[in-house]
Design a protein around this ligand. Structure first.
Ligand code: DAH
Length: 346
């Protein structure tokens, strides 16, 4: 047994001296030190050693075990140092490579909003903002949509308060026309009870309707609202402004048309259509961008503005529709799915 222990020590140390890598070191550890290793196997014979020799044999086995373990630890340190010195040398001062695929960019809707603000800004429109959480006074009543009007149906709106139980139910706005009302009210307040100067604003923002999602509809989308109030503003100004906008944004050959329509807050009212090719393999077709018209005198009165003194036009267009036309995007869902393969293209 004593001889066997010595043999183990010599053989183990000899093999260990040849180890050069972490893998080889682990193999050596398994062969000698692990539960299934040679050291453990040799210890199995200990029970047959005559009693009087047990102390000497035990001491020897412990000595060999300690020697192998110590040699193992030393080798381990040497091997890891070797691995470190073999690692590729890094120059940490070298400038990194910029990966273009990882650089973020504004979402296409954000970009279109910026472009629209820029185009209308050049025509003298300032940007106004209004809250998404609204009440029925701004979303409906002051826009000439009184109680009982079908547009107020809970099926078509996201009410926050129950409209049957609350007098002024809150809702998330279904249209950006709410901002018209807020801007007019604020201007009258500022003027000490009357409008003292023209208003010329646009207001881009999110609107919400419980629509079923398909290629051209979504329960959340963006609109851009416009309002121009001044002395003697007419339908001609509206038409000119919209044509100018279409040419500036979509190009000189943009084809647009105004179609008579109805909105409670404008009189007369129209819809703006534009000829758009959504897919390269399909002919261009008329797509409705949104509504417009001359602000109804009743709306002005609701906001404390004298319709004898001020007239104006308003419009409200769908930004997704504009984006789809401008960048030939055939399906509105592409704008919200956040598929990087799409977002990187536009
Ligand atoms: N708010 C209307 C809608 O969501 C769009 C609209 C029509 C806005 C006529 C206007 C307007 O400002 O004058 O369908």
């Amino acid at each position: 047994m004593l001889q066997l222990a010595e043999q183990l020590r010599t053989q183990g140390l000899d093999e260990l001296s040849k180890v050069q890598s972490a893998d080889a070191l682990e193999a050596w550890r398994l062969a000698y030190l692990a539960g299934s290793g040679k050291l453990k196997a040799a210890m199995a014979g200990f029970k047959d050693v005559p009693k009087e020799q047990k102390p000497a044999v035990g001491a020897k086995m412990n000595e060999v075990k300690a020697a192998l373990e110590q040699a193992f630890e030393e080798k381990k340190a040497a091997v890891s140092q070797l691995a470190a010195s073999n690692a590729p040398q890094l120059d940490v001062t070298e400038p990194g490579l910029v990966s273009s695929s990882c650089v973020g960019r504004p979402h296409i809707i954000t970009r279109v909003i910026e472009e629209l603000c820029d185009v209308f800004g050049r025509m003298g429109f300032e940007v106004a903002e209004g809250p998404e959480l609204e009440d029925d006074e701004h979303n409906f009543i002051k826009l000439n949509i009184p109680a009982g009007h079908p547009a107020r149906d809970p099926v078509d709106n996201f009410y926050v308060d129950d409209p049957r139980k609350t007098e002024r139910p809150r809702m998330i706005r279904s249209q950006t026309s709410t901002v018209q009302v807020r801007v007019m009210e604020a201007a009258v307040r500022e003027g000490g009870g009357r409008l003292r100067k023209p208003i010329k604003i646009i207001s881009p923002g999110r609107v919400f309707r419980p629509d079923t999602v398909d290629a051209t509809h979504s329960f959340m989308f963006h609109q851009i609202e416009g309002l121009y109030l001044d002395h003697g503003v007419s339908m001609v100004d509206l038409k000119t402004t919209l044509l100018q906008f279409a040419r500036a944004y979509f190009g000189e050959d943009a084809e647009v048309r105004l179609r008579p329509s109805y909105f409670p807050f404008t009189e007369p009212s129209a819809e703006l259509d534009m000829k758009i090719r959504l897919r390269p393999d399909q002919p261009a077709r008329w797509i409705e961008l949104g509504g417009c018209g001359m602000v109804d005198p009743a709306v002005l009165q609701h906001c404390g503005i004298d319709p004898e003194e001020w007239t104006g036009f308003a419009f409200g267009f769908g930004i997704e529709r504009i984006a789809m036309g401008r960048y030939s995007i055939p399906d509105i869902r592409l704008l919200f799915e956040n598929d990087l393969r799409f977002l990187r293209q536009v």
